[in-house]
Design a protein around this ligand. Structure first.
Ligand SMILES: C[S@@+](CC[C@H](N)C(=O)[O-])C[C@H]1O[C@@H](n2cnc3c(N)ncnc32)[C@H](O)[C@@H]1O
Length: 249
């Protein structure tokens, strides 16, 4: 016969099991909104990269936001449709070297993200547009990814999210992408992954001190996440942060 204590423990374990299985169900990325709409629009963000494993976590609090988002790299517009559905209250801006288009809730500028002037034109155009999300799915070249981040990150609102996709090209040593040769490799000095690793020190720059970082705006980065094929950066201005233990530096 079951003692009172064993009975209590069994009951507790059963409850824990139920709790864990319902938790698992809700944590499954296949059930999130990003994944559902990504499948609907057949975007490789879901089909190939499985970005829905992590994007929904960072973006879901902004799905109902007003304001604007920007994507670099539009191609046939599969992700454009995803963004329009995912952010129904926002205006979607885009940049593409080969696309010039506009509609009721979107506008695509034909611009080259490797050119400082083109990026500055976009910066000027979008200055007052309340951007809360920027996604770089353009040329996938580390030099362009860095230049685009350094030029356009100031456009992002406080709390906004900046994602750099397809960072795996930084490991490529052969062939090319969109006609640009990819001659990089593990720990290559131009690798966007190596450059953004410095942000780990930059987030705590009050301790690590001033350095000539290649990535700019370190003082406005609240967090950085490296995931499969992407880097996710959350903006948070640090000017006001006063730390108690400066005397220990
Ligand atoms: C991967 S596709 C974008 C896919 C799209 N975001 C989607 O998920 O459906 C990359 C796009 O970047 C564009 N691109 C390539 N080099 C570029 C550059 N230097 N500046 C701007 N766009 C570029 C290409 O024309 C192509 O349309």
């Amino acid at each position: 016969m079951e003692s009172a204590l064993t009975g209590l423990l069994n009951k507790k374990m059963k409850n824990t099991k139920n709790f864990m299985s319902s938790e698992n169900k809700t944590m499954k990325f296949e059930s999130n909104e990003f994944h559902r709409l990504g499948l609907l629009h057949k975007t490789d963000k879901v089909l190939h990269h499985k970005y829905s494993k992590i994007y929904d976590f960072f973006l879901k609090s902004m799905y109902k936001n007003e304001g604007s988002i920007l994507e670099i790299g539009i191609n046939q517009g599969k992700s454009l449709k995803l963004w329009l559905d995912l952010f129904p209250n926002a205006f979607v801006y885009g940049i593409d070297i080969g696309v010039n288009s506009e509609g009721e809730n979107f506008r695509i500028f034909k611009k080259d993200q490797s050119k400082v002037k083109d990026l500055l034109d976009v910066q000027k155009e979008l200055r007052d547009k309340k951007l809360f999300f920027i996604n770089d799915d353009g040329s996938h070249l580390p030099e362009h990814q860095l230049l685009t981040f350094n030029t356009l990150f100031p456009l992002l609102e406080e709390g906004g999210v900046y994602i750099i996709e397809d960072i795996e090209t930084s490991y490529w040593t052969k062939h090319d992408v969109y006609g640009y040769p990819t001659r990089y490799g593990y720990k290559h000095k131009k690798s966007v992954i190596e450059l953004f690793k410095d942000v780990v020190d930059g987030i705590n720059s009050e301790f690590s001190g001033e350095r000539e970082y290649a990535v700019k705006h370190m003082n406005s980065i609240g967090s950085i996440t490296f995931s499969q094929n992407c880097i996710i950066i959350v903006k948070e201005a640090q000017e006001q942060r006063i730390y108690r233990y400066r005397h220990k530096l």
